[in-house]
Design a binder for this molecule. Structure first.
Ligand code: NOJ
Ligand code: CA
Length: 570
């Protein structure tokens, strides 16, 4: 029996162990709350044919690896036919598989292989925009009279220039592109090759629901709705105030009728199948987020809020800020609605580099610390492939090593503005999403066992030491810690549903919280610092048992070692 002495700092009443839970309508069990989602970036996961690009057969060859992780669902980034301006987020046919990735037969094999292993499949649904090479857009741009004209947003040039819209990915940040064929501008919030679909058009909406049904009929288990907050627009295109682009979310996100569209989608698709749904983003406020996901709304299952993942900056971040953000979101959803919990995805650099410490000394401990955080918080975890090995940023030094379209466009843009390119290079070394997209490090053989050809994006040279094969063999590896804590989350609903309470709020190094559920109480202690740090709660906790610890020996009273993560049952 372990005792931890915690000194009082705040007036704090220790809830009795058998404290009754408050009636909480959202504590209701739902299968999608209990999923542990593992995100696969197919281009970088495993190449089966030596063309340097990951593919479906590659994923199929690692199905047993996925099973060994214990995860319960896979979210696949887009695998549809696409000219790949934005690595598949520019779809040219929503019912076909990208040739580089394989065939529909491969897809069916993959889906069956996952289901045989009790793993669900979540697909990316990219319908704020399509590719400019989609048949709809080709028809739409061909004539003002095309029946597809209203599938997109057009502004006839005889009305003059349309009111400025900021594009996130365009080389000039201009979201209107002039098209001479019909003397009109089309709208693209992302790149010129990603024209925005016109959700105000009911015919387009029906096309999308039919596409969703096509995949649902194949037996997939859910959709992640890419950039969906942007889909609804005020098609009178009012002038936005100068400088709006600094806060473009306020203008682009949650446009008129968005909720009606989602309710319609729910009625037409979600209600007819067993599907889970996750929005990319969470709107601009808690009210927006609740309106998207509260049970009585019949829209989506869960939001995917960015405030947490955005905290890490090249200059670092403060743990008290981190705690404040995650606690605020948790408490806003305590009684209603449901959230995702994540610290990385394909749009971010690596988790351990941004939130942990990727030095030789602390990479492993800080990786397992971050994993412990994700797996012990309320909300459905979304865990990004490669983080289970503690993969790090690539630290590319030459712009030629980067492949990410918006990064390359921004480089040209900054160059034109005469910006300081040394600091630009430093900035992308920390935050460019290519850092999170370098190929998965399978083993220490050539090209990390990812491909026998030339990888589409350079492999991180640290693959010789950081790789799956080496970690498989080591019981204390980052990978085996991941497996352990996933198994714990899966068999302990307290980690899914339990009430969260932040402790020792001002502690600059330690993130401490309890989870309580059905007469059980667990304590999570996470030392986010490279220094030994002390917890300061103010009373004696008698711990019944240690659930997990990322150090092999048990911890010392009161003090946590660098990046130590420990969970106790109280
Ligand atoms: C969000 C996706 O996650 C990102 O990768 C993509 O570039 C944009 N949406 C545009 O689809
Ligand atoms: Ca391939």
């Amino acid at each position: 029996m372990k005792k931890i002495f915690l000194l009082i700092s705040l007036p704090f009443i220790i809830p009795a162990c058998n404290n009754q839970q408050q009636a909480n309508p959202e504590s209701k069990k739902d299968w999608w709350k209990e999923e542990i989602v593992y995100q696969i970036y197919p281009r970088s996961f495993k190449d089966s044919n030596g063309d340097g690009v990951g593919d479906l057969k590659g994923i199929i060859s690692e199905l047993d690896y996925l099973k060994s992780l214990g995860i319960t669902a896979v979210w696949l980034n887009p695998i549809y036919e696409s000219p790949n301006d934005d690595n598949g987020y520019d779809v040219s046919d929503y019912r076909k598989i990208l040739r580089e990735f394989g065939t529909m037969q491969d897809f069916d094999t993959l889906l069956k292989g996952l289901h045989d292993r009790h793993i669900k499949l979540i697909m990316d649904l990219v319908v704020n925009h399509s590719s400019d090479e989609h048949e709809w857009f080709k028809q739409s741009r061909s004539s003002r009279d095309s029946k597809y004209r209203n599938y997109y947003h057009w502004w006839n040039a005889e009305k003059g220039k349309p009111p400025y819209r900021y594009s996130l990915f365009d080389i000039n940040h201009d979201a209107w592109k002039y098209d001479s064929t019909t003397n009109a501008y089309y709208l693209h919030y992302f790149s010129r090759k990603q024209p925005d679909l016109n959700w105000e058009n009911p015919v387009l909406r029906k096309e999308v629901y039919d596409i969703m049904k096509f995949w649902a009929d194949k037996g997939i288990d859910g959709f992640r709705l890419d950039a969906f907050g942007f889909a609804a627009k005020d098609t009178s295109f009012p002038v936005f105030p100068n400088g709006f682009e600094k806060n473009f979310m306020l203008y682009y996100s949650m446009g008129p009728h968005l909720h009606e569209y989602l309710q319609e989608m729910n009625k037409e698709v979600f209600s007819k199948y067993k599907l889970m749904s996750v929005a990319e983003g969470a709107g601009n406020s808690f009210k927006d987020a609740h309106d998207l996901v509260d049970a009585n709304r019949n829209e989506l299952n869960m939001a995917y809020a960015f405030e947490g993942v955005d905290i890490a900056k090249p200059t670092g971040y403060s743990l008290t800020h981190f705690k404040e953000v995650f606690s605020r979101w948790d408490s806003a959803f305590e009684n209603n609605g449901w959230l995702s919990i994540f610290l990385a995805n394909h749009d971010q650099a690596r988790m351990v580099t941004r939130f942990g410490n990727d030095s030789k000394e602390y990479r492993e401990k800080s990786s397992t610390l971050l994993t412990s955080f994700i797996m012990t918080m309320r909300g459905t975890p979304y865990y990004y492939n490669g983080d289970e090995l503690g993969m790090t940023n690539a630290y590319f030094t030459d712009i030629k090593q980067y492949k990410d379209m918006p990064t390359l466009n921004e480089y040209q843009y900054q160059l034109k503005q005469g910006a300081d390119m040394t600091s630009f290079m430093k900035k992308i070394q920390f935050e460019c999403r290519d850092n999170g997209r370098t190929p998965f490090q399978w083993d220490s053989s050539a090209n990390a066992g990812f491909t026998t050809g030339i990888p589409w994006l350079s492999i991180n040279p640290n693959y010789t030491t950081i790789n799956k094969a080496a970690q498989d063999k080591d019981p204390n590896s980052v990978l085996n810690y991941f497996r352990k804590i996933v198994a714990i989350r899966k068999s302990n609903p307290i980690l899914v549903y339990g009430k969260y309470t932040l402790l020792d709020k001002e502690n600059p190094s330690i993130y401490a919280y309890t989870r309580e559920w059905e007469n059980k109480k667990w304590l999570v202690l996470l030392n986010f610092s490279a220094k030994e740090s002390s917890i300061n709660l103010g009373y004696h906790y008698r711990t019944k048992k240690q659930i997990i610890n990322n150090y092999s020996a048990t911890t010392t009273d009161e003090k946590l070692r660098p990046y130590e993560a420990v969970v106790y049952e109280l």
